[in-house]
Design a protein around this ligand. Structure first.
Ligand code: NAD
Length: 435
């Protein structure tokens, strides 16, 4: 790793300022070559070139917050299908290298999630590096941070459309909305779509049905489901599963209050919730028909995969595989059918992405994802992915990526590859010197 990449995000921000810079970009030209905003940052370009997470991302934009001094990133991966859309993560990173890797990886993940969902959006991701020296719970600091970030998004001319993600909440999104139009996932008070968890839960349940049908295991009725976590998505999922007649749900939860709340909500239903310390993954080893990871990412790993007794894994958590390739291979080798998370949990981003098209009762643009006739529905996409994996002898993750990458290559039917034109404009207008 280059020495620049080993700096903390704060130290890199200071480095930029010492060079007289408050913005930087690395853009991939149509010829595949990297173009840098300033030759003084050549090391940054070399780092990206050597990074396993860089996959011809169209543009990586970096800014130092004018007042807060925080490091902002906008990672635009692929805009052929539409403007790059993806959430804004407010997260601490030990190094610039970790900040860049996360942004690059998550942006590519959004290209795939959006494309596989049949949305006319490209993929991107935003990051505010959380500085340990700043109090994340100070409302004044947060408001300044998110307004600055929104101004940064505005400056990018719409090649990146931001949204809520880990570490960012509804009040932060209200701040973002106050300073940019290039945002979705805003609070309902401003016309946003509100809590996406019920829709996410319904989508995951459709994916479960697709997986059961693929295996010829019949409907959810009578099945035993095990899940990790009983948060917002899981609670809605439990309701959906009982509506479909599942025989038993066993869940783990680290928060005793949450456990008590859900047991009261589902009193009389065949629901068991085990209180477990964080770091205890023993719930994954419980026998069941479907295992639903609904809490944390990275829980499918060499430590847990050998213990799993479920024939199917299908849950809401993002990035369930600790290592995308290795752990997908390990699951396949054990004959466990893994429904890729970005296929099953799409409905959060679908709700957000659709919110600017207005409010319709029983919205058909949402319902078609949850039905069985639209070719891009969760159910049919799940079936198609699992069939492809079986036919080609590849992992389900590889099959989903293959289908997603095919869709991602389709240009937007009206606007074409406009994100690229926006990025070219930023470069031509010397965005990096415009503040
Ligand atoms: P949440 O914070 O409401 O729920 C997570 C729950 O898991 C909490 O109750 C928490 O106490 C519990 N938990 C944490 N660590 C645990 C552990 N080790 N063992 C057992 N329980 C644990 O989050 P959510 O909105 O329900 O989302 C759940 C997952 O789904 C996350 O990974 C999220 O990124 C992903 N996701 C959510 C949406 C959505 O619409 N909310 C959309 C896509 C993906």
């Amino acid at each position: 790793m280059s020495s620049l990449a080993q700096l903390s995000p704060r130290a890199f921000a200071d480095h930029l300022r010492a060079l007289g810079l408050d913005r930087a970009y690395v853009v991939t030209g149509a010829d595949g070559r990297l173009h840098l905003s300033d030759p003084a940052l050549a090391e940054l370009q070399e780092h990206l070139h050597g990074s396993p997470d860089y996959h011809r991302h169209e543009g990586i934009f970096i800014e130092v917050g004018p007042e807060t001094g925080a490091l902002f990133g906008a990672f635009v991966h692929d805009t052929r299908r539409g403007q790059g859309q993806g959430g804004l993560r407010y997260w601490p990173y030990p190094t610039l290298g970790a900040f860049l890797s996360d942004g690059l990886r998550l942006a590519q993940g959004m290209t795939r999630k959006n494309a596989l969902a049949g949305l006319w959006w490209g993929g991107a991701k935003g990051i505010i590096a959380r500085d340990p020296a700043h109090r994340a719970d100070d409302p004044g600091h947060r408001a300044a941070l998110y307004r600055e970030y929104a101004a940064f998004v505005t400056s990018l001319g719409g090649c990146y459309i931001t949204a809520e993600d880990a570490g960012t909440g509804p009040s932060d999104m209200a701040q973002v909305f106050s300073a940019t139009r290039f945002v979705t996932c805003i609070p309902p008070a401003f016309g946003g779509s509100g809590n996406p968890s019920p829709a996410t839960a319904r989508g995951v349940v459709c994916a479960m049905e697709g997986a059961l049908d693929h295996r010829g295991e019949g409907p959810l009725a009578g099945k035993r489901i095990v899940m990790q976590g009983t948060g917002n998505v899981a609670a809605a999922m439990i309701g959906e599963l009982f509506d479909r007649g599942v025989a038993h749900v066993l869940a783990s939860e680290i928060d005793p209050n949450r456990r008590a709340e859900l047991l009261a909500r589902f009193a009389g239903a065949p629901l068991e919730i085990r209180l477990s310390p964080p770091g205890d993954a023993s719930i994954l080893a419980e026998p069941c028909d479907i295992l639903a990871p609904n809490a944390l990412g990275g829980i499918l790993s060499p430590a847990t995969i050998p213990t799993i007794q479920a024939p199917i894994i299908c849950g809401a958590a993002n990035n369930q595989l600790l290592d995308e390739r290795r752990d997908a291979d390990a699951l396949r080798a054990r004959g466990i059918l893994y429904v890729p998370d970005f296929l099953a949990n799409r409905m959060g981003i679908v709700s957000c992405a659709n919110e600017q098209y207005g409010v319709v009762q029983g919205d058909p643009a949402i319902q078609r994802h949850l039905g069985r006739t639209w070719e891009n529905s969760v159910y049919l996409t799940t079936r198609r992915t699992l069939e492809l994996a079986e036919r080609e002898g590849i992992t389900t993750a590889a099959a989903a990526i293959h289908l997603a990458d095919q869709l991602a290559a389709e240009p937007h039917p009206i606007w074409g590859h406009r994100g690229r034109a926006i990025i070219d404009t930023l470069v031509d207008q010397r965005w990096h010197r415009a503040r």
